[in-house]
Ligand binder design. Sequence first.
Ligand code: PLZ
Length: 456
Amino acid sequence: MTSTTPQSAQAGGPALPQERRVVTAIPGPKSQELHARKLASVADGVGNVLPVYVQRAGGGVVEDVDGNSLIDFGSGIAVTSVGNSAEAVVRRAAEQLADYTHTCFMVTPYEPYIAVAEALAELTPGDHAKKSALFNSGAEAVENAVKIARAYTKRQAVVVFDHGYHGRTNLTMALTSKNMPYKHGFGPFAPEVYRVPVAYPYRWPTGPENCAEEAAAQAIDQISKQVGAENVAAIVIEPVLGEGGFIEPAKGFLPRIAQFARDHGIVFVADEIQAGFCRTGQWFASEDEGLVPDLITTAKGIAGGLPLAAVTGRAEIMDAAHSGGLGGTYGGNPVACAAALGAIETMRELDLCARAKRIEEVMKPRLAKIAENQPAIGDIRGRGAMIAIELVKPGTKEPDAELTAKLARACHQAGLLILTTGTYGNVVRFLPPLVIGEDLLNEGLDVLESAFAELA
Ligand code: PLZ
């Protein structure tokens, strides 16, 4: 992972310097001007983590309109894993733009959609016959996975987990666990959604050793007693819970739940929207425990920043919906499909799974070192380039959302773009583009360390 890679992985135009550079206040005057226009013209419900307005982005940096260059530890929420404007993404999408932008796959189909479905069949876990359907957003993919599972099982109930996140549409709001900001005031929510415990090692009452077994037993007991396994169409879970706080379910929990699903004819859906496409050091996070989900939902990293999402799974399940039952005007847009083929090409060529693992190798020991002097760091977790720290009041497990917000602000001021997450708002998450240079990665961690020291 050298600093030359980001430039070579980036599309035309002058190479974007791979450096942190803070030349104005953050946000600077031009950003502030744009933000005033935003506040006057864009609905207040659409928030911003950091109102720094973007000029260019690529490799491991985001450059703003004031000439500041921020180290990117967010990837637009785990999307630009291949970097922004990755060469193959831009090349393929541009060629596609020139040929045709849209015909609607349901009207007159085209090859790039099929090529993406073929790639998904090849890359997702399991060697069974697979099929895919393409959509525009992660939420739309999850909704369709539920539609497909219901059509296949002729059952209605959907089981999800504490701390789960699956989107902002009506059904996916119901599937999402956190009220504020995702659900508050937006009900009523879709029926037949049931939430059960997840194996959250750091916060399991009897300790991490017992977590997998006890959580699985509780989840299965609740499903069996409160819903009835024979009524459940789908169990939907993120193999690493993203918005819930980068929770890795204790080892053994996911296989146990998947086995329960198999035993009862329930469709097991892995929501890999945030964790998939090399992010955790595997093509899909499910692979780490040898899971072969019946259906997988993907989005985010799939297309290098263009909107695309997919449901991929067992052919007999995918085919359960009647012809014409799945679709949408834009689903599998040809430009987004071309971008996905470019992103997948980049992941393969640069072996981005290996890079994600290397990012973990660099980050985890440095975070552990920082934690030696920072008792607020209660937990360091995640894998690959999906790493997080959970912040608590020292000596307790009481979430410290205030410190988390302050830390994020301090990092932003110093030119490091980081995101927070978690049900309690007390998790700092690190999602660098997988093509980030190792020097930038280390510099970002230096900034984090200084920010902690300043706040202590
Ligand atoms: N499933 C696992 O992580 C999106 C949400 C950002 P969409 N996560 C980022 C926000 O605050 O809206 C996500 C996810 C998982 C589904 C989704 C939904 O994907 O593309 O945002 O609809």
